[in-house]
Design a protein around this ligand. Structure first.
Ligand SMILES: [Zn+2]
Length: 93
């Protein structure tokens, strides 16, 4: 059963003011009210973890660790290596 995070839409009570977490089955309808005070709230999908993992996965350091080589377009048919094995520059001509 996943742990869901909620944030109140207004100030709320001491329980919900800074956000709270609830264990819920995946199929269960998300809460719309704080279980303590009834203030309107909404579910947040672990924003920090989601953003961090996407950025980290595509970072040059992680790509190199996974054995990828990444190049960026440098103009004029040239590509410069940003990470990984291989020549530091690729020329298109
Ligand atoms: Zn509350």
């Amino acid at each position: 059963m996943p742990l869901y995070q909620y944030q109140p839409d207004a100030e709320g009570c001491p329980f919900c003011r800074n956000g709270f977490e609830v264990l819920q089955p995946v199929a269960e309808t998300p809460l719309t009210e704080c279980p303590e005070c009834g203030a309107a709230c909404h579910r947040v999908l672990a924003p920090f973890a989601a953003i961090k993992s996407t950025r980290d996965m595509l970072s040059p350091k992680n790509l190199a660790n996974k054995g990828f080589t990444q190049y960026k377009r440098a103009g004029g048919g040239h590509y410069e290596k940003t990470c990984g094995e291989g020549p530091s520059v690729i020329k298109g001509d």
